[in-house]
Design a binder for this molecule. Structure first.
Ligand SMILES: N[C@@H](CCC(=O)N[C@@H](CS)C(=O)NCC(=O)O)C(=O)O
Length: 207
């Protein structure tokens, strides 16, 4: 059984969404930051960084949301969530996965860090405006890359859409405007997926 540590209110949602897309049996272990569960000895044994998501499958323990999503997708090749290694599609897939993590997410997370996540003494309010500017630039590259395609790789939905899409949803919770018509339509398309609807239901249950 695959086990995911972290809830839908964190980056663990990417892995939970991937698990719902492949329709695998899995178990969620929510980690309550307010209770300090991410700092418990049991959790630190899984992820010494004290961050979620963490993932366990038998003897394998993984951290980093993108790596976990890829592992799950590779286990279910028939679901087509990750292109075959060595193909041009895989090269584009990797490009967008790295873009999601290093270009699109990074400024959003900078906003979060300088608003509430860093210890107060480490926060630099000016960084928020810099991060907004960086996010808008990344969004523009995303807009061009998506163009009028259904998904980032064309007609086939992949884990790259989970990472990119979830980061767009995150922008909305940070009240960061996403107004490009193709990105708005893409977000709507992703939200309507049955697997994502199931994730929303879990979220309403507090998982
Ligand atoms: N790059 C990591 C980031 C993980 C991360 O920062 N997770 C946040 C929650 S979404 C966390 O656990 N923060 C707790 C902390 O930093 O102490 C990933 O994508 O998995």
């Amino acid at each position: 059984m695959m086990e995911i540590f972290g809830s839908t209110s964190s980056r663990a949602i990417r892995c939970i969404w991937t698990l719902e897309e492949v329709e695998a049996p899995y178990e969620i272990h929510p980690i309550d930051f307010a209770k300090g569960e991410h700092r418990s000895p049991e959790f630190l044994a899984l992820n010494p960084a004290g961050k979620v998501p963490a993932f366990r499958h038998g003897e394998l323990v993984l951290t980093e949301s993108a790596a976990i999503c890829n592992y799950i997708a590779e286990k279910f090749p028939e679901k087509g969530l990750i292109p075959v290694s060595g193909s041009p599609e895989r090269a584009h897939f990797d490009q967008w996965m790295f873009f999601a993590m290093s270009e699109l997410e990074q400024p959003l997370w900078s906003m979060g860090k300088h608003r509430f996540a860093l210890p107060e003494a480490q926060r630099i309010p000016e960084m928020i405006e810099v991060a907004k500017w960086e996010f808008d630039r990344a969004l523009e590259i995303f807009r061009i890359g998506l163009g009028d395609q259904t998904y980032i790789l064309g007609e086939n939905f992949s884990v790259a859409d989970i990472l990119l899409g979830q980061t767009l949803f995150w922008a909305r919770t940070f009240k960061q405007p996403v107004e490009h018509a193709n990105l708005v339509a893409y977000s709507k398309r992703l939200r309507e997926r049955p697997a994502f609807q199931r994730v929303r239901a879990l979220s309403k249950e507090g998982k």
